[in-house]
Design a protein around this ligand. Structure first.
Ligand code: AMP
Length: 302
């Protein structure tokens, strides 16, 4: 079963207490695709400029990621820079140079349109909706959003969410979107907006899944050394939807499959933080993933 991923492909400059990298491969779509590629065939839709390096194309290709939908246009690739707080729970954005991403108009290659799984990265809600409408055979569709769209594009976002089966969102965004400060009430309200499967991410404290059968919480994985949290949420998303796609499920997925998807999401998010940027994916193996999945099983069993 094949997964289509739409979102930013970028260069990032990141400063954390563990170091500084001025320019490296990033972007939500990149992280989601690298993570999902361990579970299911994945293809991306994105845009880059003339400066996008062949070695970065090669990394994506080495994971078998379909690149037919990665458009290259005149100009520079989207650049984002940020600096993290001492505990890495907060970050300040230093630069958002949209460059070619400013006029991103996702174009789906014909072969993508019949695919059954779609993960919409954090882009303008109207664009997310236009992609979703081009894919009539979807088995499971959902995505991510952020406070900017919730605040400034609320009506577009609400229209878009009506067509989603799942939403991944962090706890502060869930409260902002729902107007509820109690997480359980926030989840109930958001699920009424469309996405019946809701994952509320809580940073280093883990994540909670809400679905028709109730809720399921997974703790955060305690890392010995955390280098760079950039992309952790996207890698979570990649593990979550990648696993569900590999199981061939739809919105009626059994609770056990949804719970395992949340654990795989947590596993992939934790690996992402171990190195700067996408570096962990240069060496990560499926065996590493299974070993950490089993650790999660142990640390949540009693
Ligand atoms: P995360 O840490 O999971 O929020 O993901 C960070 C990634 O999102 C970085 O690689 C950035 O390139 C990308 N990013 C940052 N700002 C934006 C934006 N406004 N739109 C799309 N992607 C972004």
């Amino acid at each position: 079963m094949s997964l289509v991923i739409v979102g930013s492909v970028a260069y990032d400059g990141v400063t954390t207490p563990a170091g500084k990298v001025d320019r490296m491969l990033g972007g939500a779509c990149t992280y989601i695709a690298l993570s999902a590629s361990y579970f299911t065939p994945a293809s991306i839709v994105g845009v880059v400029g003339e400066d996008f390096a062949q070695q970065d194309v090669d990394l994506l290709a080495s994971r078998g990621i379909g690149l037919e939908g990665l458009e290259r246009v005149p100009g520079k690739t989207f650049f984002w820079a940020g600096v993290y707080s001492a505990d890495m729970n907060d970050r300040e954005t230093l630069a958002t140079d949209l460059n070619v991403f400013a006029t991103f108009d996702p174009k789906l290659p014909a072969a993508y349109k019949e695919q059954p799984y779609l993960m919409l990265g954090n882009i303008q809600p109207a664009l997310q909706r236009s992609v979703r409408e081009q894919m009539p055979s979807l088995r499971l569709v959902g995505g991510d959003t952020m406070n900017f769209w919730i605040n400034d594009f609320r009506s577009e976002l609400l229209e878009t969410l009506k067509g989603w089966n799942f939403l991944l969102i962090n706890d502060s965004e869930a409260k902002l979107l729902s107007g509820e400060s109690n997480l359980k009430k926030a989840a109930a309200r958001i699920r009424e907006l469309g996405p019946k499967i809701l994952v509320i991410k809580r940073g280093e404290f883990g994540a909670t899944l809400f679905h028709d059968g109730g809720y399921f919480s997974v703790p955060g994985y305690l890392l010995d050394s955390l280098k760079d949290p950039t992309g952790a949420g996207d890698c979570f998303a990649g593990g979550f939807i990648g696993y569900l796609a590999s199981r061939g499920v739809d919105v009626n997925a059994p609770a056990g499959e949804l719970a395992r998807a949340v654990v795989y999401g947590s596993v992939m998010g934790s690996f992402c933080c171990e190195e700067f940027g996408v570096d962990r994916f240069r060496t990560l193996t499926r065996d590493d993933i299974e070993a950490r999945f089993q650790e999660f099983q142990k640390l949540t069993a009693f």
